[in-house]
Ligand binder design. Structure first.
Ligand code: PMP
Length: 466
């Protein structure tokens, strides 16, 4: 601890800010600030908390970016990082292999639904999604149907920041100023029950969404559509839990039309919804591929991967093109340190953390639901240990607030003063704390949010904006 304090003194908050402005390009910057921006410094972490540059202790409401599932500063994870680095810090995944990646694959296969028995490891979520898509393209080339490559995604979805994965993203800001492979992607309506057309109940809304996919298949041709990709619960799009039956009906349409169903579980896996993978345990579906990242190492090491169906792999082995190479790999595929950390993280999950997450999730959801008594709050929704508070201009029509009000940012600022970090998303706040969170800490979180939203309402009224 003394060493850490010493290091902290070397770079005081002001110096850190100055250096960042001179040398750091932060992710998701706006042009007016690019390369000249400083953000709130975080010094250290401890359990569900992080300590900021001023030494304030904040509940890490979003668990970093939905990833610090086992909580901060866990010695057993840090020890594995060290021990694996001292044993074997790296090996080429091209001509060699390592034990942690093989063992981890077998453990993950044991948790995965259906025949998802194999894993291709990547460096994170974007590269996992990119891998799944390139695998689909490769498989269809090898199987003699090179025209079957269109990818169906949804408005509001988020799948990554590499070219093809980003092309699937369904929020306007992902495309306003960015190029994308839009000719390869078809986007369906966001399955957000809160924003369903007026006069429709949830079951009718679900019918509408499924019919839309059926129409797309009929119009574009099943022979041209290679994959459907979906987050079981849309995360960055505002924690959107689809209507009951939606995922299984979409899965059925994929099966009928030989379209690969890719479940993007980058957020929903590794305990966020109480199970290692949520597709089957929570939603009763068996995808053809599952992409994962984030919680697989609780953020202690960058790692992602794709679970792939044994049948798909066997089809390739039996094809007429045994010479065809899946020319896709990463220097850090099957990284021994990442896989060793993931194994220990899985021990933690299986050893009680999954059960704990399941145990506190109802309390978490019902506690946050209380915020709906505040007139600015249109809906609090979620599942497991992920939730979203969506603010509205008025509760009768649920009109969205003018986006430039950025209410989320205002709420976040008040929350930080009171000891909670939230993830502001325009007019929404997303919460996905470390799974180690306990009931009293959930109470504190809810109380802080309550006060902060009240303060935000007062502020908006004072400024004549609401
Ligand atoms: N898929 C989903 C569902 C995600 O939420 C994210 C990241 N937020 C990604 C993919 C991309 O992962 P990464 O940032 O690790 O590349």
């Amino acid at each position: 601890a003394a060493k850490r304090e010493e290091a902290a003194e070397v770079l005081a908050q002001g110096e850190m800010t100055a250096l960042a402005r001179q040398h750091l390009v932060q992710p998701w910057p706006v042009a007016g600030e690019i390369g000249a921006e400083a953000r709130g410094g975080i010094r250290s972490g401890e359990g569900i908390y992080v300590i900021d540059g001023e030494g304030r202790k904040l509940i890490d409401g979003p668990a970093g970016m939905w990833c610090v599932n086992a909580g901060h500063r866990r010695k057993e994870l840090a020890d594995v990082l060290y021990e694996q680095a001292m044993e074997l810090s790296y090996n080429s995944p091209w001509y060699t292999m390592n034990e942690p990646s093989v063992t981890l694959s077998a453990r993950l296969a044991g948790h995965a639904p259906g025949d998802l028995s194999h894993v291709f490891y990547t460096t994170g979520g974007s590269s996992a999604v990119e891998t799944a898509l390139r695998f689909m393209q490769f498989a269809n080339n090898v199987r003699g149907r090179p025209e079957k490559k269109l990818i169906v995604s949804r408005q509001g979805g988020y799948h990554g920041s590499t070219y093809l994965s980003a092309s699937l993203n369904g929020r306007p800001r992902d495309h306003d100023w960015m190029d994308s492979a839009s000719d390869q992607v078809i986007k369906l309506t966001c399955p957000n029950p809160f924003r369903r057309p007026a006069g429709m109940d949830e079951a009718q809304f679900c019918d509408m969404l499924v019919e839309e996919f059926r129409d797309v298949i009929a119009n574009r041709g099943a022979e041209r559509i290679g994959a459907f990709i979906a987050e079981p619960v849309m995360a960055s799009g505002g924690v959107i839990v689809p209507p009951y039956g939606y995922l299984s009906r979409m899965r059925a349409l994929c099966s009928e039309n030989d379209i690969l169903f890719i479940a993007d579980e980058v957020v929903t896996a590794f305990g966020r919804l109480g199970s290692v993978f949520a597709s089957q345990e929570v939603f009763g579906i068996e995808p053809d591929m599952i992409t994962f990242a984030k919680g697989v190492t609780s953020g202690y090491f960058p790692l992602g991967g794709v679970m792939i169906s044994a049948q798909l792999l066997e089809d390739l082995r039996r094809s007429n093109h045994s010479e065809a190479m899946f020319a896709h790999g990463l220097t850090y595929s099957s990284h021994p340190i990442g896989c060793a950390v993931a194994l220990k993280n899985l021990d933690i999950l299986e050893g009680g953390l999954l059960a704990h997450a399941r145990d506190v999730s109802d309390y978490f959801q019902s506690s946050l639901k209380r915020l709906e008594e505040l007139p600015l709050v249109g809906e609090v929704r979620g599942l497991g240990l992920m939730a979203c508070i969506e603010c509205v201009a008025d509760r009768v029509s649920n009109n969205p607030l003018t986006l430039d009000l950025e209410v989320g940012k205002r709420i976040d600022a008040h929350c930080q003063e009171l000891g909670l970090l939230v993830r502001p998303l325009i007019n929404m706040c997303v919460m996905s704390p470390p799974l180690t969170i306990e009931r009293p800490q959930i109470d504190t979180m809810t109380d802080i949010l309550h006060t902060s939203i009240r303060r935000t309402m007062d502020e908006l009224v004072r400024e004549g904006l609401w």
